[in-house]
Design a protein around this ligand. Sequence first.
Ligand SMILES: CCCCCCCCCCCCCCC(=O)SCCNC(=O)CCNC(=O)[C@H](O)C(C)(C)COP(=O)(O)OP(=O)(O)OC[C@H]1O[C@@H](n2cnc3c(N)ncnc32)[C@H](O)[C@@H]1OP(=O)(O)O
Ligand code: UBL
Length: 272
Amino acid sequence: MELGWLVCGTAVLLLLHVLMELSPAVNFALRIGFYCVLCLVSSALAAAACLLVNGGRTVKNMRIIKAVVKTFKYFFGLRFEVKGLENFEVEGPAIIVSNHQSILDMMGLMEILPDNCVQVGKKELMYTGTVGLIIYLGGVIFINRKSTSSAKMVMAEVAKTMANENLKVWVYPEGTRNCTGDLLPFKKGAFHLAVQAQVPVIPVVYSSFTTFYNPKTKLFTSGKIKVEVLPPIETKGLTSDDVTDLTDRCFCTMRETLFRLSGRPSEAKDSS
Ligand SMILES: CCCCCCCCCCCCCCC(=O)SCCNC(=O)CCNC(=O)[C@H](O)C(C)(C)COP(=O)(O)OP(=O)(O)OC[C@H]1O[C@@H](n2cnc3c(N)ncnc32)[C@H](O)[C@@H]1OP(=O)(O)O
Ligand SMILES: CCCCCCCC/C=C\CCCCCCCC(=O)OC[C@@H](O)COP(=O)(O)O
């Protein structure tokens, strides 16, 4: 009986291995499927730990989430090379902005997440089962992207609470995932928030995933991700009139860095 199970198990594993070798699409689906299952299962376990240790929704739970998610990279053969972490050491609150390529970004986020830092996320994430629960418990700020006025109201509220709670807020200014190896034009919410709260903007750039991850070509292998935390950009004394300029400056610096980290330095100069 036990031998039968062993033979069946081995046969299934062999079949999966052969399918993965033969078809990149199967390989991609299995690896992404595994990532989702890992997120769902880990979120359930982490949620229990968060409730036991901290009792409810608080940014302190991010430490637990970070510890869990930091182990994920080993399952997928991903390596991070991080530079500039000292740039997070600003006095008081700050807005962190970074490029957003994929759902895999959660690994890069947790690799370097500073203490007392929450993210701005789309409200739909609340309905992703245990992942939604853990995101809620971590204190993520939910916005309705379909209603500019309500998103602005939430952001204005955040500007007020940041100082009181000494919070850093992580925003993906592209507003959606983009795995083209370039940046989408930046939305201005993060920069309005920084100016309203008079806090610095800290740009973070992750190198392009395209060499190891591409949903269009069904590529998902192991790989190295370079991460650079750039020096803070001060906003003291800036007003809403300066937001467009601040957004553009940040965009140019991050695009240049993205191309440099991804080994495409000439393109940054050509198309900026
Ligand atoms: C255990 C394992 C599990 C893993 C768990 C991991 C946990 C971590 C969770 C991490 C969650 C990550 C989630 C990532 C996301 O969901 S990304 C998507 C959501 N985020 C964003 O969209 C942020 C970026 N978007 C913005 O900043 C937008 O500006 C927004 C505020 C949302 C408004 O967008 P939109 O309606 O599209 O309007 P516009 O941007 O076009 O702006 C219109 C005009 O309004 C002006 N504006 C914008 N914001 C403000 C503001 N706050 N105050 C004043 N004015 C504002 C803007 O300038 C435009 O006017 P002009 O054109 O300049 O005249
Ligand atoms: C009971 C409901 C069950 C639902 C199950 C859903 C399964 C989802 C499980 C795991 C997915 C892991 C997601 C980790 C969090 C990813 C955050 C993220 O990257 O969100 C994307 C968002 O920034 C932008 O969204 P769009 O690019 O605009 O789209």
